[in-house]
Design a protein around this ligand. Structure first.
Ligand SMILES: [Zn+2]
Length: 171
């Protein structure tokens, strides 16, 4: 496994439509392993392939809704699509590609995705709260959309400082 460089806003790769995977071989597996290491190192909760310069439809989301004695579950979503959503949540959202920024974004409270795993097997998964937010945020990346486009507003530097203690997670 190797760390990959996370691209930041201004890099053209972040605004591109990503292509689906048709082959589920070693190249994809290596990418997913690298993304996992990169995400852990960056202390985030989600990462999309275009953020490391790969214009393909793959994302990694950490499921954080679990009992304290359970380990984080890494969800690898290949060719994901949202098939159902319900409810609403409005809150702060950040992105590893926009370091030091934060916006207020409204997302569904519960989101079900259909995707393939690293071997091409289809599955469905329902996420709530932060996980649902993360699904929406990461899938947007695959269409070249960054969260400021969805944000009601971005936080000011002063507000950022106030929230600094609360914001420990970025997608
Ligand atoms: Zn992001």
């Amino acid at each position: 496994m190797a760390l990959r460089n996370i691209l930041t806003v201004g890099e053209p790769a972040l605004n591109k439509l990503c292509r689906p995977y048709t082959e589920f071989g070693p190249r994809l597996h290596e990418l997913l392993d690298d993304m996992r290491e990169t995400l852990i190192q960056a202390d985030g909760v989600g990462l999309a392939a275009p953020q490391v310069g790969v214009l393909r439809r793959a994302v990694l989301v950490i499921e954080t809704n679990h009992a304290e004695d359970e380990e984080d579950l890494f969800l690898e979503l290949i060719n994901p699509e949202i098939i159902a959503s319900e409810g609403e949540q409005t809150g702060e959202e950040g992105c590893l590609s926009l370091p030091g920024e934060c916006g207020i974004v409204t997302r569904p409270m519960v989101v079900t995705v259909r995707a393939q795993d690293r071997n091409g097997n289809p599955f469905e998964y329902t996420g709530e709260g932060l996980t649902a937010r993360c699904f929406c945020h990461e899938l947007d990346h695959l269409d070249g959309v960054l969260y400021p486009e969805r944000a009601e507003r971005m936080l000011t530097q002063e507000e950022m400082m106030e929230y600094a203690d609360e914001i420990g997670e970025e997608a």
